[in-house]
Design a protein around this ligand. Structure first.
Ligand SMILES: NC(=O)c1ccc[n+]([C@@H]2O[C@H](COP(=O)([O-])OP(=O)(O)OC[C@H]3O[C@@H](n4cnc5c(N)ncnc54)[C@H](OP(=O)(O)O)[C@@H]3O)[C@@H](O)[C@H]2O)c1
Length: 384
């Protein structure tokens, strides 16, 4: 049996993982789960999977959990360290699926403990950068990407050697505003931004997909994961989200991974790697699909992608700042305090004004993230 810890178990990725585990009860056992405050989901998951430990970031949620499961045999942890504590318990694989930079400490803890990681939480890699992967390599910890694009590239890279790779192609859906005008995007409401045409995801990831800041984060993630220069990572829109990404080789071959837009495939591969197990997702029907369409990204509608490239080229704290500014801007957009097109504007301002203030080593990253978030919050307040 392979033991699993899921960090962010009550979220969209967590739910895909649980669906996958239900198909493979003879192969996996769910040992630990961590989440923020959704104690009702935790009660159901614990009852179904019999986890040994449950960790809540919010201590009141932990109290509610215990109150509703007074005879639970699961250990219950609470507080900001709970996810990291569980991440460092030895298991075969830790699925890192907390959203945002809040996921960094638990990813670091899992690596320090030598636990293999299935990485959905792209923000932790954007903030930790190459040193996070160097630490993982030094500890012999495999980091298997779960983002569908990075899972695709990871799989496509099995077709050749790194020396044979010329470039990577990241695909994007284009989100709900692919065909909208800039004027329509300026007036976009959170409800419109949350209506993603292809993927069902958590709140932040869905807004990030509407601005393509998500593709910016993914570009940074791909550069680190695959040791690839930003200039050698192309981004193209594939509106149906069936071509998940591709690798171009020097002999002119392009190796792509295709499938239905369903995260159970990438999550399942992240958990079962190097094996492939049934995910419950049917193979794509190319005859039903008929055609594969592609479009280039309009930089005026989606400036976040170019800003991510600049942040990556600038190096240092550029990616961390990009992420922090985006996190603050997305929260403000969701609460109606900021227009959609002002998300990239805030990122740009923060990159310009904050660069160089948030540098340090890996152990400093949680504090640097907090400071960068405070800085961006202040920049936002100064604008209104
Ligand atoms: N959804 C997708 O299809 C998708 C695809 C690729 C990559 N990703 C990445 O995967 C990650 C998760 O995305 P998601 O869409 O699954 O997010 P989500 O639906 O918002 O779920 C987030 C999960 O993290 C937990 N959480 C949030 N803050 C926490 C904290 N401080 N401590 C402990 N747990 C915390 C939440 O718990 P509560 O429910 O208690 O709040 C929830 O379980 C993100 O980094 C995203 O970029 C997602």
């Amino acid at each position: 049996m392979l033991s699993v810890t899921i960090l962010g178990v009550s979220g969209s990725i967590g739910s895909s993982a649980l669906q996958f585990l239900r198909l493979h009860r003879d192969t996996f056992t769910l040992k630990n789960i961590a989440l923020r405050n959704d104690w009702r989901s935790a009660l159901d998951i614990r009852a179904e999977f019999g986890c040994q430990a449950v960790g809540f970031e919010d201590s009141r949620a932990a109290e509610m959990f215990v109150r509703h499961a007074p005879n639970t045999r699961s250990r219950v942890l609470s507080g900001p360290e709970a996810a990291s504590e569980l991440a460092s318990e030895p298991v075969d694989v830790v699925l890192a699926a907390i959203s945002g930079s809040a996921g960094f400490p638990s990813v670091l803890a899992a690596i320090m403990a030598g636990n293999r990681i299935a990485l959905a939480n792209k923000e932790s890699l954007v903030c930790g950068g190459a040193p996070l992967l160097e630490l993982a390599a030094s500890k012999g910890v495999p980091v298997i990407p779960v983002d569908s694009e990075h899972s695709a590239i990871f799989q496509c890279l099995l077709a050749g050697t790194r020396q044979e790779v010329v470039s990577l192609l990241l695909t994007a859906s284009g989100g709900p505003f692919r065909t909208a005008s800039i004027e329509q995007m300026r007036r976009a409401t959170p409800e419109q931004a949350l209506a993603h045409p292809n993927w069902r995801m958590g709140l932040k990831n869905t807004i990030d997909s509407a601005t393509l800041a998500n593709k910016g984060l993914e570009l940074i993630e791909a550069a680190y994961l695959f040791g690839c220069d930003e200039g050698k990572i192309d981004v193209l829109i594939n509106p149906t989200s069936v071509m998940h990404s591709a690798v171009c080789y020097r002999d002119g071959s392009m190796v792509a991974q295709l499938g239905r837009p369903d995260m159970r495939v990438a999550v399942g591969y992240g958990l079962s790697w190097p094996a492939r197990l049934e995910s419950g997702v049917e193979a794509l029907s190319l005859s039903e699909l008929g055609a594969l369409a592609f479009e280039t990204v309009d930089p005026d509608k989606f400036p976040s992608l170019g800003l991510a490239r600049s942040a990556l080229r600038a190096g240092g704290d550029g990616p961390l700042l990009f992420n922090a500014a985006n996190e603050i801007a997305v929260k403000a957009f969701i609460s109606g305090k900021l227009g959609l097109m002002r998300i990239p504007a805030l990122i740009e301002t923060c990159l310009e004004r904050g660069a160089g203030r948030f540098t340090g080593g890996l152990p400093d990253v949680p504090v640097l993230c907090r400071e960068a978030l405070d800085f961006c919050r202040a920049e936002l307040a100064g604008q209104s």
